[in-house]
Structures are given as structure tokens and as C-alpha cells.
Design a protein around this ligand. Structure first.
Ligand code: AKG
Ligand code: FE2
Length: 344
């Protein structure tokens, strides 16, 4: 096992193959038609709706280009992320996230009880989060961002980035609603209080990349994840057709989008593979509802041939319990969407 702590070692069946070939497999979608909102009745717009619908159904993942988020902002964000993670550990620990407040720096995250080879910095858009909107989460303190002093521009750049990506999320949400045959603004009100959270991920080089993972296999919890990654590959996505892992080839300045809706558009399992030479940075934006929203399928999607596949749950409760490190101490995996599945 060499220098790697056993806490990081994956069970044999979950270890990555390091020889997997990079593939452009997941669909690449050009969002240029969205930069002209007056053209919503144009053939290009309808084509975009059906392309995104197909990608959600067949893959659950797609990459977007011409998304409107300025590339200079993406580069500034990568720079501050790089500078922050390069600080000495005791500096980073000054803004450490804890059980009462899940925002800040963290380097001991576990996925399904195995430690991830990564360090993260989490922040949210609404600051502080109104605790009275948290159902069933007594005992948590005020939830607010924990900004470091260095790099000095980190807060400003992160906040600007979050606003830009949120705008993109609303556009994607509209298209996804349309592709489900619903009205474009069907879900907007559920997202109004901006509990979205954004994570800076840093995967240092790993001496045993065949044994550990940057993030173990998981599905994202939010409605949408918009992920930015640098040019070092590592994201593996599970192909729906045969369950095989495919490595996503980074496209400069693009985003990867991951969607979830009552199993029709499934949040597909993915993981992150690390390597022994190069560090890797990625930045997922988790587009999430208000904490008091009860998550359940839109009534319009439920009918004789399509029953609800999940029991309803409160987003706030789900979010806080997923970040609760007690799961690790209790030796059970943290909460997953599948816990709410209805088996018929
Ligand atoms: O680093 C990546 O490419 C993906 C990270 C991820 O899946 C996550 O943070 O949920
Ligand atoms: Fe993820």
C-alpha cells in the first residue's frame, strides 16, 4: 500500500482502471441559440430543447460550449482556487468547515465510507442561510460562508462566478422543463432563495492512483450540477447503456452538466480518478432548491404509466444530513437519493 493511508483504499471492485481511454462520449451541446433570447420560436431553439432532452434521457450528462460565462472569469477562478489550495495546511484550516456549519475548507471527506483523495472549499450564494427554512435540522448553527484572508480576491471572484453560473442554470432549467413537456418556468420559484452551493475541488497527485479515488462513485444531490474542470482529465461517468465507465475528455472553457428528475432524467453515477503526476482542479456548482422545498416529481410527470419513483423529502434536511460526519462514525454510508426510492 506504500504511502497511502488505508482509509483511502477502495474495495477491489471499485478501483479505477488507469488505462481507460478518454472519450468525447457524452454529448457536446452548443448553447449559442441561448444568446439570442428573442429567438425562442426559432428552429435552432427547438432543436436545442430536443438535443438537451435526448442527452438527459440517454446520458444524464452533457458538455456545453458557448454558454455565456466569460472565459476570463473561469481563469480567474482557477487562479484563486490554485492560490488558496497552495497555502499551508494551518492557513487553510483557519476556515475549516465543521459539523455545525458546512461551508469552508475540508480535507477529510468520505464518499460511501472511503476517504476521498482531495481537499475542498465550499461556499453558498445566500449568506447567511436563513435557519428557519431548515426543516428537521435542529442543532445546526448559523450557516454562513467562511472566506479566507488569502487570496484577497477569492470572495469577489467566487461570488461573481456564482452569479454567472446561476444565470446559466436558470436557462438550462427552462430548457429542461420544456424538454419534459412542461412550461419553461415550471420550477423557478423553488430555486428563488439561492441555497446553491459551489465547491472548489483540488486533487493532489496521488502515489497510488490505482487504489484510491479523488471522489468515490456517487450521484449528485441537486437538480443540476454545472461543473468546470481544468485540462487534467479524471472524471469518469457511468454509461447508461452498459454500465461501463467512460473518462470525459476536458474541452477548454466548457461546462459539464448533470441533471436529475424522477428517474426519467437520472443523476448518473460518476467518480474522479487521480494520477501520480499532475494535480487537478474542478469546480462544481450545485443548483439546489430552497431548503424548505419538499422534493417530489412534478404532478404533470405522474400518470397512469409513470408513478413517483421517490418518496418526497425536504431539501434542507437532506442537505444537512448528507454533510453530517456522524454517518462515518456510525459506520453507515451517508444519505443517498436511493434511500427515498419507492419499490413497486
Ligand atoms: O472533479 C470532478 O470532475 C467531479 C467532482 C464531483 O463529482 C463532485 O464534487 O460531486
Ligand atoms: Fe459529483
Amino acid at each position: 500500500m506504500g504511502e497511502v493511508d488505508p482509509a483511502f483504499i477502495q474495495a477491489e471492485e471499485h478501483r479505477p482502471s488507469l488505462t481507460i481511454t478518454e472519450t468525447q462520449g457524452i454529448p457536446v451541446i452548443d448553447l449559442a441559440p441561448l444568446s439570442h433570447p428573442q429567438n425562442k420560436s426559432s428552429p435552432a431553439f427547438s432543436q436545442l430543447v430536443s438535443q438537451i432532452g435526448d442527452a438527459c434521457r440517454d446520458w444524464g450528462f452533457f458538455q456545453v460550449i458557448n454558454h455565456g460565462v466569460p472565459s476570463h472569469l473561469l481563469h480567474r477562478l482557477l487562479t484563486v482556487s490554485n492560490e488558496f489550495f497552495a497555502l499551508p495546511l494551518d492557513e487553510k484550516r483557519k476556515v475549516v468547515r465543521d459539523q455545525a456549519n458546512p461551508f469552508g475548507y475540508y480535507d477529510t471527506e468520505h464518499t460511501k465510507n472511503v476517504r476521498d483523495w482531495k481537499e475542498v472549499f465550499d461556499f453558498t450564494m445566500i449568506n447567511p442561510v436563513p435557519v428557519d427554512t431548515l426543516l428537521g435540522t435542529d442543532g445546526f448553527g448559523e450557516l454562513k460562508n467562511n472566506w479566507p484572508q488569502h487570496p484577497p480576491k477569492m470572495k469577489e471572484v467566487c461570488e461573481e462566478y456564482a452569479r454567472e453560473v446561476e444565470r446559466l442554470c436558470y436557462k438550462l432549467l427552462e430548457i429542461i422543463s420544456l424538454s419534459l413537456g412542461l412550461v419553461g418556468n415550471r420550477f423557478d420559484e423553488h430555486f428563488k432563495s439561492r441555497t446553491n452551493f459551489i465547491r472548489l475541488n483540488h486533487y493532489p497527485p496521488c502515489p497510488a492512483p490505482e487504489l484510491a479515488l479523488g471522489v468515490g462513485r456517487h450521484k449528485d444531490p441537486g437538480a443540476l450540477t454545472v461543473l468546470y474542470q481544468d485540462n487534467v482529465s479524471g472524471l469518469d461517468v457511468k454509461r447508461k447503456t452498459d454500465g461501463g465507465w467512460i473518462r470525459v475528455k476536458p474541452i477548454p472553457d466548457s461546462f459539464i452538466v448533470n441533471v436529475w428528475s424522477n428517474g426519467k432524467y437520472e443523476s448518473v453515477e460518476h467518480r474522479v480518478v487521480v494520477n501520480s503526476e499532475r494535480e487537478r482542479f474542478s469546480i462544481p456548482f450545485f443548483f439546489t432548491p430552497r431548503f424548505d422545498v419538499m422534493v417530489k416529481p412534478a404532478e404533470e410527470l405522474i400518470g397512469e404509466h409513470s408513478h413517483a419513483k421517490y418518496k418526497e423529502y425536504s431539501w434542507g434536511d437532506f442537505f444537512m444530513s448528507r454533510t453530517d460526519s456522524n454517518y462515518k462514525k456510525l459506520g453507515v454510508a451517508n444519505r443517498q437519493i436511493s434511500d427515498f426510492e419507492i419499490h413497486v
